[in-house]
Design a binder for this molecule. Structure first.
Ligand code: ZN
Length: 123
């Protein structure tokens, strides 16, 4: 239901350094996809957050552990109740990772589960 909305809702950017423009793309089996406009150079980047990382973000208040990017091995950053992956702009390397609260991460995960994109494993 957030598809196509720009700048509002889940990524309203309440943090001091967050003026990123974020557009949500349709979810895929790989993860939640976003188009993030770089704050520094204006370049539009497509960022995919894997469902495992989103699940870790949703559970972070309980586990006290931040998600870790599987590709870079870098842990997400956390500030002011929001967390974001250390993803750089393809053009200028400025950090552009879209930030999430644990609630927002949980909501994204539920959307994906309802859409059948994520297998919930209960064993
Ligand atoms: Zn940039």
């Amino acid at each position: 239901m957030f598809n196509g909305q720009e700048g509002y809702g889940i990524f309203e950017g309440s943090g001091v350094e967050e003026h990123y423009k974020v557009k949500q793309h349709p979810h895929t089996t790989e993860g939640a996809n976003f188009e993030v406009t770089c704050d520094n150079c204006g370049r539009a980047n497509v960022v995919t957050l894997e469902w495992q990382q989103i699940a870790d973000a949703a559970g972070a208040p309980q586990t006290q552990r931040l998600p870790v990017d599987r590709v870079t091995g870098l842990a997400w950053q956390f500030h002011g109740g929001r967390m974001w992956p250390q993803v750089g702009c393809v053009q200028c390397r400025h950090l552009i990772g879209p930030s999430l609260t644990p609630d927002e991460a949980g909501r994204l995960l539920r959307e994906a589960q309802l859409a059948g994109l994520v297998q919930t494993q209960r064993r």
